[in-house]
Design a protein around this ligand. Structure first.
Ligand code: NAD
Ligand code: MG
Length: 394
């Protein structure tokens, strides 16, 4: 049996580590081509050695020396910097995991698609900033994008054998995060530590905070629209504190197809890794009689304005998704740094969306890496101003 060649972008992160866990359990099936990471060169080197990767790449030039030293004598090639990430995406591979966090994940994913590789997409910013560009690249090169976000994997699985034309609506669920029933005033005072205390999922720091503000769900609404080619009003959100039903597809005959699974990303990652087969996965088997009840609530868009902003972004189209992502990333940095409060993040994003809505070219019919990068840059500057204004008011 020929082994499948796989590369993992963002190998040192939460999704990357879960992916390596699955690959490492089945060494006869996989050959590891490239592993990439950031500043955690020790972990990157350890995994590259253990899995016999062809090449290990750190995103940062100043980490090159440390990575080289850590891999001395291993036979693993070493490279550093954004250009090296793209070169790693040029290496022939059958399956590529896109698990870099943030807007930096877009370019390597596009590059992999240009080679016709299957792209397992965890990086949600790619679809939010440049959904049409990504999906068109896949279609042009006969490449496949497989969703890894749990909600989108759930929709994908519920659609097997179905006609997308028969879909009336798609409901993605949200746990509601740690502040699900907090009043707005209390949320405004929430600390970083409280925002990091997710009730159900263990994830990277940034997505955990985005889950508390529901910015994560806001991005996922846009992701759903882009990935499945739906209209904005076909995508709904339901708060479901147990996080066991990940998505529900509603068909035109009134039937609902729900996907349930444990809150363990290795399910969605493993589904994409083995697709179109289903193979054994080392995840918990749910005992529904023990769980007893599943609750569903309508989301409160007043306390969680990110959801409303996502709808505005979808209606605006063009580069609004790039503005949204960049402003959100900048606001998140400011919250992590203690510069603004928790609920200020949505305020910053809303201010930036409003200010930039009259920017020429924002309604660009064609989205390119260049105009996304330019928009990203402008939106971060604009968010910086909005943050300054908030700080002087405070
Ligand atoms: P993480 O922060 O744990 O890991 C991020 C990875 O990206 C690390 O390997 C890091 O070194 C790398 N990285 C960071 N900045 C980079 C840059 N500028 N250039 C290149 N590499 C860089 O993040 P995560 O939680 O694993 O999430 C990864 C992506 O998957 C995100 O887009 C997230 O929204 C999405 N996602 C995560 C989960 C989850 O359960 N963690 C679920 C669904 C979707
Ligand atoms: Mg998700």
């Amino acid at each position: 049996m020929t082994r499948r060649r796989v590369s993992i972008f963002g190998a040192t992160g939460s999704i990357g580590q879960s992916t390596l866990d699955l690959i490492g359990r089945d060494p006869d099936r996989f050959e590891v081509v490239a592993l990439t990471g950031g500043r955690n060169v020790e972990l990157l080197a350890k995994d590259a050695r253990a899995l016999g990767a062809e090449i290990a790449v750190t995103a940062y030039e100043d980490c090159h020396g440390a990575l080289k030293a850590a891999l001395a004598g291993s036979g693993v090639e070493v490279a550093a910097g954004p250009a090296a990430l793209l070169e790693a995406a040029d290496r022939p591979a059958d399956w590529i995991m896109s698990a870099i966090v943030g807007a930096a994940g877009l370019a390597p994913g596009l590059r992999a698609l240009a080679h016709g590789s299957t792209l397992a997409l965890a990086n949600k910013e790619s679809l939010v900033t440049a959904g049409p560009l990504l999906m068109a690249a896949a279609a042009e090169h006969g490449a496949r994008v497989l969703p890894v976000d749990s909600e989108h994997s759930a929709v994908f699985q519920a659609l097997v054998g179905e006609d997308i034309g028969a879909v009336e609506r798609v409901i993605i669920t949200a746990s509601g995060g740690p502040f699900r029933d907090w009043p707005f005033g209390r949320m405004a005072e929430a600390t970083l530590e409280q925002a990091l205390n997710h009730p159900n999922w263990a994830m990277g720091q940034r997505i955990t905070i985005d889950s508390a503000s529901l910015f994560n769900k806001a991005m996922e609404i846009i992701e759903t629209k882009e990935f499945f080619g739906l209209s904005p009003d076909q995508v709904e959100v339901l708060v479901h504190p147990e996080s066991l039903v990940h998505a529900i597809v509603g068909f035109r005959d009134g039937g609902l197809m729900a996907h349930l699974g444990p809150a363990d990303m290795r399910h969605a990652i493993g589904y994409a890794l083995n697709w179109p087969e289903r193979r054994h996965l080392p995840v918990e088997r749910l005992n529904l009689s023990k769980i007893g009840q599943l609750r569903f609530e309508a989301p409160d868009e007043k306390r969680f304005p990110a959801l409303r902003l996502a709808r505005e972004v979808m209606l605006a189209g063009g580069l609004a998704g790039a503005v949204f992502t960049a402003a959100k990333e900048r606001a998140l940095d400011a919250f992590i740094a203690g510069e603004i409060g928790f609920t200020d993040m949505a305020q910053v994003v809303e201010d930036v969306l409003t200010k930039m809505s009259s920017e020429p070219g924002l309604d660009a019919a064609s989205i390119t890496l260049d105009n996304v990068a330019q928009t990203d840059h402008l939106a971060r500057l604009c968010a910086g101003d909005a943050i300054k204004t908030l700080r002087t008011k405070a």
